[in-house]
Ligand binder design. Sequence first.
Ligand code: M6R
Length: 365
Amino acid sequence: ELGLYSHFMQKEIHEQPQAVAATAEVFLDGGFVPENFGSNAREVFQSINSIKILACGTSYYAALTAKYWLESIAKIPTDVEIASEYRYRDVIADPQQLVITISQSGETLDTMEALKYAQSLGHCHSLSVCNVMESALPRASSLVLYTRAGAEIGVASTKAFTTQLVVLFGLAVTLGKLRGHIDAEREHAHTEALRQLPGSIQHALNLEPQVAAWAQKFAQKSSALFLGRGIHYPIALEGALKLKEITYIHAEAYPAGELKHGPLALVDENMPIVVIAPNDALLDKVKANMQEVGARGGELFVFTDLDSHFEAAQGVHLIRTPRHTGALSPIIHSIPVQLLAYHAALARGTDVDKPRNLAKSVTVE
Ligand code: M6R
């Protein structure tokens, strides 16, 4: 089943061009139409005033990324919450809110209970983004769109994450179009971006030898910091989670602007710092944040795209990701952080596919 690969995680990382292409097909063949999400989705999408997304772990980071798309492309106020927190607090119900759950397995107990709680409060519109057909969450939701990642065996989620992002991007464009925020030209640009995505992911996968060389250094460390801003901040979170999960190295992620409010105190020459820094509107801000780190002796490992004017320097290592892919850039930048964690785990000899203390599907509280 593993074929030429050593681990399921490695295989699943490399399956992403096909998994993403299969998932994007829904929008490329059928267009950005509400019916992709269910026969009554048009009516629901027209009536909602806001969105709440509930999820855990990596699926929660997909939700955080989606918030940027839903607010900038579809102009719908969107709030994201960890399912295990939502289910235990007093929530102010809003029947016009669409509740989205995101789950690879569709069986995560906290997410399921959060959905039931929302429904008990009178939230009637629910959408499940899920990878497993007919699992508990899609069965309990009125609308569903499945990711087409195929079975994901490795405990560390990889292809499920990037395919979730494709569905959520497609949702944002669908809602934006339906609600009159996207003209034909913009829609065409989004379609083309999705069409080119698998190829760009393949380019990012080709960076594996460079990322693996960095990973050897990380394998020697006891701690690492991940920084990003804006839509790349959730990717920094995802990178830190991947590293923690499979290498047992302590890793934290921060929006780079928060450094001086505390975490900068952690930085010294022993602290590797991964920066997700593509050429977007926040690049100059990120560069300023990097200087703060560099001045304290921190070693910077920067993922930046071909368009940004960046030079490697003393204490600053660069890997250039494919040409900037606009709104889909977070999907591209997921690849190198997955590879970094995978190769650091290999170097440390940990059980990549079955990390200690963790289960693939968390069906207990
Ligand atoms: O099946 P789900 O997407 O609901 O799972 C949620 C989390 O348990 C899951 O993403 C977990 O964080 C992964 N092990 C991350 O790699």
